[in-house]
Design a binder for this molecule. Sequence first.
Ligand SMILES: C=CC1=C(C)c2cc3[nH]c(cc4nc(cc5[nH]c(cc1n2)c(C)c5CCC(=O)O)C(CCC(=O)O)=C4C)c(C)c3C=C
Ligand SMILES: [Fe+2]
Ligand SMILES: [Fe+2]
Length: 344
Amino acid sequence: MKKGILLVNLGSPDSPTPKDVKKYLGEFLMDERVIDIPLVARTALVKGIILKTRPKQSAAAYKKIWWEEGSPLIVLSERLQKKIQEQVEMPVALAMRYGSMTIKKGLQELVDKGVDEVLLFPLYPQFAMATTETITVLAEELRQQFFPNLKIESVPAFYNKPDYIEVLSNAIKNHLEGKNFEHLLFSYHGVPERHIRKSDVTKSHCKIDGSCCTTPSKAHEFCYRHQCLEVTRLVAEKLELKEGTYSTSFQSRLGFDPWLLPYTDRTIERLGKKGIKNMAIVTPAFVSDCLETLEEIAMEGQEIFHEMGGKDFTTVPCLNDDDEWVALLSKWINNWAIDETIVV
Ligand SMILES: C=CC1=C(C)c2cc3[nH]c(cc4nc(cc5[nH]c(cc1n2)c(C)c5CCC(=O)O)C(CCC(=O)O)=C4C)c(C)c3C=C
Ligand SMILES: [Fe+2]
Ligand SMILES: [Fe+2]
């Protein structure tokens, strides 16, 4: 059998124009694992309300962060793919869950190279219904419909793998070397609380009450909140951060449902009001810098902090195409090629 890799990230619009942003958001938000309400209600909400105003607003935000080569998320994912390809023997393709670089095209590219066994690699350290699950479900649907002879195995969330924590901690340490920060905020993309309850395989563990996520449970294999809190805990342990000098928050909420707390914008506000003058922020739910890190955090977050009296606001870049990160992903891929072990 010939093996190949399909790295999958979220995706971006083709350009930062309201028209392309609308097309992209339409596909993204109509995903039943992103806005998880019945089809009729989802259509009314997305097409009848969100897509009437949001594309213009989002396009303006995208314009602020767009690069000459294109969307930062896509460009950085492509750089990652190229660097991994230099370190592994088998073909490495890249796809996006939404937008033009489809998973179908990615699978076809591998099949055209003679691949019949694919390692599907969602580029998300933590599991979420709206990220990892939607990728694996779609890939399986495409396999059944178009590639019935293809074998696909998926890489699960790797949030607590010691070598991932080490690479992430080193990246944070290197970036913050010599910088004097009083507080390090770990900001993760949020999800509606409802998503956490839906993914609870035990159906009774998740209470979103702050304690369930630190009580051992089978539910944590698919609990986004637990997995985010664990990344913070493990990195803080590795970097020997003192209690009270770091915290976790959740960003990018959409709509009026309760999302995971505390919210990042409010947390930054609170830190500024409390008299913190120098803060740093890291965003471990994203492996590539994107709209949510470059605009929402590095621009809007910084502005909030300054308005509250804060001075230095340092954003730690995502792992992007960091050499240690590339080496780790290549090691995991090469291990799979040798003995089918998936990420240990
Ligand atoms: C951990 C990763 C992500 C989760 C979980 C996630 C959930 C989620 N997102 C929305 C709504 C939007 N997200 C948007 C942008 C965006 N989201 C992620 C990652 C996760 N989303 C990334 C990497 C990006 C940036 C993409 C880029 O091109 O750079 C947007 C678009 C921007 C905007 O208008 O704010 C929306 C909308 C929901 C509803 C959701 C639910 C669980
Ligand atoms: Fe929990
Ligand atoms: Fe999002």
